[in-house]
Design a protein. Structure first.
Length: 143
């Protein structure tokens, strides 16, 4: 188990395995979410910029920096590894956040806010998964 795995388990409050962050979803709902967010492919992918933008919400092309809270266009945002790759961090959507170029240059490989950033990212993704699931349910109900 790597640093990120141990930290993730600690934040989720348990030692369960697999998709523990989705434990409250029914099996059929979990399957839908797994299809839209295949974590194994994300971890293996080298194009982490695509992963972070696909898993971050925007307001008509404007993205909010997770650090300073200001809004920027996509070209002014960087994909940041919450747990730096140099310290064992992965390309998982749970370990990536969007921050502006200035904040990313200032952060470098500092890990002083890692736990807080990971917890915030877990909440964001949980909210996004819930929204995705509600959208998919609404499509199913239209049939």
């Amino acid at each position: 188990m790597g640093f990120f795995d141990g930290l993730a388990r600690g934040l989720s409050g348990g030692s369960h395995q697999g998709n523990s962050h989705r434990k409250n979803y029914r099996d059929s709902e979990r399957e839908i979410l797994d299809l839209s967010h295949d974590e194994d492919d994300e971890i293996l992918s080298n194009d982490y910029r695509d992963i972070v933008f696909e898993n971050s919400s925007s307001n008509n092309g404007w993205f909010k920096c997770s650090k300073c809270g200001k809004n920027f266009r996509r070209s002014d945002m960087d994909a940041d590894h919450i747990v730096p790759k140099s310290k064992g961090g992965s390309n998982s959507r749970y370990n990536l956040q969007l921050i502006c170029k200035h904040c990313n240059r200032s952060k470098r490989d500092d890990t002083s806010e890692t736990a807080k950033d990971l917890e915030k990212r877990y909440r964001e993704i949980k909210r996004q998964d819930k929204e995705d699931l509600e959208f998919l349910k609404s499509l199913k109900n239209r049939r």
